[in-house]
Design a protein around this ligand. Structure first.
Ligand SMILES: *[C@@H]1O[C@H](CO)[C@@H](O)[C@H](O)[C@H]1NC(C)=O
Ligand SMILES: *[C@@H]1O[C@H](CO)[C@@H](O)[C@H](O)[C@H]1NC(C)=O
Ligand SMILES: *[C@@H]1O[C@H](CO)[C@@H](O)[C@H](O)[C@H]1NC(C)=O
Ligand SMILES: *[C@@H]1O[C@H](CO)[C@@H](O)[C@H](O)[C@H]1NC(C)=O
Ligand SMILES: *[C@@H]1O[C@H](CO)[C@@H](O)[C@H](O)[C@H]1NC(C)=O
Length: 481
């Protein structure tokens, strides 16, 4: 009997620990740079259905926040880079905090844990535009949180690209010399406020940007080219990158500062290494390490707070970094799974729960009309269609690559037609195109149907929403009192 009780207790603790390891660590980035973003309510249900308890946003959109209210999901809200200059003024920062943080701070509201000040503001490609305005914005926002009395539970952080530090080996990690004074100020301030450092780490980009990068070093299943750093042997670039940051922090006197991985993930389209198979290999290595709190060589046996990038594909992102940029989702644009992934890190052969209640446009595609006129302009028409819609799947290494020019035209025309919500006149292309209800998809290449665009919420629709939220909170309080 005693043995049985012990066994039961042991089992419960086991389940509890497993549950907690998962709940404690896995977050998700929810970006909305899409021509047809899924309605926030559908996304919040999707997060819940898949057991995702933490989410990182890129702004503080009201509809998104309303959908998150009462969900219990922990949220990192954000101030976009183009608002950093404004936040150098303390009263503006205070207003932002009032309007976008403290307003949701009630029972049944939104569980905000962090405010991200900027998004990778020190990227070299910004030419230093945000270098001098990020720290003052950070200071003002944290001080406004402190003054509002929520600074003990809501912390600021600055999500930074891993290019803010470098080092030949991890132990030699230092902040980039051109921004070292700003980085030192930021780290000291975060430290004084018990706030975390946030870094985005992309093994895919290491591979993409460096010819000759050993491919297996981007994953977690061993490598023939380890990096030896003193007594430590690094077998994957993620650990090496993370530990380079640990060393850089140590060099400015903050060796124990908590580190959040703000973005990590693998794209599935747009490059020869951006495929579902590689993405699966990456997550199959990453997620179990996370669930088992393996940590890294310099920070062993600890949980790393981590946000996958990202939840959904975003067809409106700039492709300046590469065609893969619109395909980071573990789900497609419409919330349908792309591949098997077990977010609890147990590598069970399971797929995610898809988005529920998604409404699509009618099953009508736009394709090249074989009897159309003036085929000489076909190249121009394709380029034009692709300027206003997402044709990245046509490129080298992508799912629709290798079609003939007619196939390219049909694909491009359809993408344009869908982005235009299939409105009359958007499938013409100088008489070269026609609509069809026959799905032109092939086994490899999906001719998509867009989802119905969300109607813009009006102010009158929004006001009752908050009232209902407050009322619901009030009833809950009464119920439990
Ligand atoms: C609150 O955040 C939203 C979305 O990021 C932004 O548009 C708005 O200006 C913010 N409100 C204030 C008062 O700054
Ligand atoms: C940075 O400078 C480059 C080269 O001068 C220029 O092409 C680019 O547009 C600039 N980017 C920004 C964000 O100012
Ligand atoms: C940032 O400030 C430094 C020191 O005041 C100045 O030298 C530099 O030009 C500034 N950079 C930008 C991009 O404004
Ligand atoms: C189809 O489009 C892709 C991407 O733009 C291009 O690389 C390819 O050459 C095109 N194929 C033909 C036959 O034009
Ligand atoms: C294309 O994608 C849509 C949306 O995710 C999906 O419902 C459909 O089954 C796919 N079609 C093919 C032929 O793969």
């Amino acid at each position: 009997m005693a043995n049985l009780r012990f066994l039961l207790w042991f089992l419960l603790v086991g389940i509890w620990n497993q549950y907690f390891a998962f709940v404690e660590s896995l977050g998700m980035n929810w970006g909305t740079m899409a021509t047809h973003p899924l309605p926030p309510k559908i996304v919040v249900q999707l997060l819940k259905d898949n057991g995702i308890q933490k989410v990182k946003l890129f702004d503080a959109d009201f509809d998104t926040m309303s959908a998150l209210a009462g969900s219990g999901i922990e949220v990192m809200v954000a101030i976009p880079n183009n608002m950093l200059a404004m936040m150098n003024d303390y009263s503006t920062a205070k207003k932002w905090v009032d309007k976008n943080v403290t307003r949701y701070n009630f029972n049944g509201g939104v569980t905000i844990k962090y405010v991200a000040v900027g998004n990778e503001p020190f990227l070299s490609s910004y030419n230093g535009s945000f270098v001098n305005i990020t720290f003052p914005a950070l200071k003002n926002i944290q001080n406004a949180l402190n003054d509002a009395g929520v600074g003990d539970k809501i912390k600021t952080t600055v999500p930074l690209n891993a290019d803010v530090y470098d080092g030949t080996v991890p132990s030699a990690g230092r902040f980039r010399s051109d921004i070292s004074s700003q980085m030192t100020q930021i780290v000291q301030f975060l430290s004084q406020n018990n706030a975390p450092f946030t870094v985005n780490i992309y093994p895919f980009l290491s591979l993409y940007l460096n010819d000759g990068f050993p491919i297996d070093y981007a994953f977690f299943d061993g490598t023939s080219n380890p990096v030896v750093d003193g007594s430590i042997t690094y077998t994957n670039v993620f650990d090496a990158n993370f530990d380079t940051l640990v060393s850089a922090l140590k060099a400015v006197g903050a060796g124990n500062m908590p580190i959040i991985v703000g973005e990590v993930g693998w794209p599935t389209e747009g490059d020869k290494h951006a495929t579902s198979a590689y993405a699966q290999r990456f997550y199959k290595g990453l997620l179990p390490r996370l669930a088992q709190n393996i940590g890294t060589p310099l920070r062993p046996n600890q949980y790393i707070e981590m946000y996958l990038f990202g939840l959904l594909d975003e067809d409106y992102k700039s492709i300046a970094p590469g065609n893969f940029e619109r395909h980071w989702g573990i789900l497609k644009y419409d919330g349908q799974p792309k591949f098997q992934i077990d977010l609890t890190g147990q590598n069970r052969p399971i797929t995610l729960v898809p988005a529920q209640g998604v409404e699509y446009l009618s099953k009508t595609w736009c394709v090249l009309d074989p009897n159309g006129n003036d085929m000489s302009k076909i190249g121009d028409k394709i380029s034009w269609a692709c300027t206003y819609s997402d044709c990245t799947a046509l490129g080298y290494g992508s799912s629709c690559n290798g079609m003939d020019v007619n196939g390219n035209a049909s694909y491009a025309f359809n993408m344009y037609f869908q982005v235009q919500n299939q409105v009359d006149g958007s499938c013409d292309f100088g008489g070269m195109a026609m609509t069809t209800t026959q799905d032109p998809s092939t086994a490899a290449c999906n001719f998509t149907i867009q989802i119905k665009a969300a109607p813009f919420g009006s102010a009158s629709e929004r006001a009752p929403c908050v009232t209902v939220m407050i009322l619901a909170a009030f009833i809950l309080v009464l119920f439990f009192a």
